[in-house]
Design a protein around this ligand. Structure first.
Ligand code: BGC
Length: 390
């Protein structure tokens, strides 16, 4: 017998045009208020509907997802006493996602290439490509209008012991400079065991780099509840990819042993973060790709990270098929952004664990290839499992 499960399409929040048409025409768009926007229809070029869905499992865990940027806006999980808190950073209004200062990419699916590509340039089969550049001289997270800023199509999906939402998007040939029409599906699957699985699938009609990832910022105490420096992190990674001053990998893959980057045994995120170290100085803290330990060449699901927050007892484990994981600890948050509950998101008020191919892979032949060819499938999955410990 299976416990009750539901997938509620919570609110048809508003109608509005596709983001890049005219962000400025959007007035009041609260996700939770079910408000219908009184947009100036004469300016509308391409109408779309932005919605917020709530996935709810049999133990009361909820995950909210909007079809704007495939963004996870909330994850409610219990602490060791059964008290629920929202453990991801985000906003109350969709317009805040659209206009965010310094673009933190809260909760979004980033792509077509998550992370950086040096100078926005690469070549495939002798053909040079030039991407939109949006992070100093580099390309970051898919460019000016990446997948975090487009409206996705949705379909509710359901299994015996899970509920979910599938989001699809067709990225056009030359969008942000990338070659090929890329057909993408992302499935968010919430199981009754408090596991959120993200399944990615993409196909293309021209060879193209693809590197999709989930950009949630976690704070297992609850969003807005101060820094994450006391969270204890374990990364299954004996090596990492150091960067230059613009956060592009140098191509080296040294061992973490004996450096502040050694999380092979759990330690608090804050323990070594102030150590004098050139890599920490470049990232203003941790903002680095770790190479996930794998036995053999397989790409099955492995445990990549485990995080424990001592006051609440909450634990999150990340399993993935990807070769790398970017550990970013919110170094660019500075307290100016106010979150869902009105509390400022302080420096290091959230951490990301972005499962991925290594940054700048299209230009680094010694890294695992991220090139998807016509006729092949980009198929990968990552899961975030929540539990508690004493
Ligand atoms: C990157 C950071 C960047 C942040 C927000 C992370 O994935 O590693 O360098 O500042 O995203 O854009």
């Amino acid at each position: 017998m299976f416990a009750t499960r539901e997938c509620v399409q919570e609110s048809q929040v508003m109608d509005l045009f596709k983001v890049f048409a005219a962000v400025s025409a959007m007035l009041f768009m609260a996700f939770v208020d079910c408000a219908i926007v009184n947009a100036d229809q004469t300016k509308v070029e391409d109408f779309d509907s932005i919605q917020l869905y709530t996935l709810r499992n049999s133990s009361g865990m909820t995950v909210k997802v909007t079809n704007y940027g495939a963004i996870i806006t909330s994850i409610m999980v219990p602490d060791r006493d059964g008290k629920f808190a929202d453990v991801v950073l985000g906003y109350h209004h969709v317009e805040d996602y659209m206009n965010a200062v310094d673009k933190p990419y809260f909760g979004a699916i980033v792509g077509r290439y998550g992370n950086r590509i040096a100078f926005g340039k690469f070549s495939i089969d002798g053909q040079d490509y030039k991407l939109a550049v949006n992070n100093n001289e580099n390309h970051l997270h898919g460019g000016v209008i990446g997948f975090d800023k487009v409206v996705w199509k949705t379909a509710l999906i359901q299994g015996d012991d899970w509920t979910g939402l599938e989001l699809t998007y067709l990225a056009k040939d030359k969008e942000e400079g990338y070659p090929g029409n890329l057909d993408i599906s992302v499935k968010y699957i919430l199981t009754n065991k408090n596991e959120l699985k993200v399944e990615y699938l993409a196909t293309t009609d021209k060879a193209t780099p693809v590197n999709l990832t989930q950009h949630s910022y976690f704070n297992l105490k609850g969003e807005g509840e101060g820094t994450i420096l006391d969270h204890e992190l374990m990364l299954s990674a004996k090596r990492y990819t150091p960067v230059n001053s613009s956060l592009i990998p140098t191509g080296e893959m040294p061992v973490v042993k004996g450096t502040p980057f050694d999380f092979t045994a759990a330690k608090s995120i804050g323990r070594d973060i102030q150590v004098e170290n050139e890599q920490l100085a470049f990232g203003l803290g941790y903002d680095h790709n770790f190479i996930i330990d794998r036995i053999g060449e397989g790409d099955g699901m492995v445990l990549a990270a485990r995080v424990y927050e001592p006051t609440s007892g909450r634990v999150m484990e990340v399993h993935t098929q990807e070769p790398g994981i970017q550990f970013y600890c919110g170094n660019f948050l500075d307290g100016r952004l106010k979150g869902k509950s009105g509390k400022p998101y302080v420096n290091r008020g959230g951490f990301c664990l972005e499962t991925q191919h290594y940054p700048d892979s299209p230009n680094q032949s010694n890294f695992p290839s991220c090139i998807l060819k016509p006729g092949a499938e980009y198929r990968t999955a990552t899961s975030y499992s929540f539990s508690t410990s004493k």
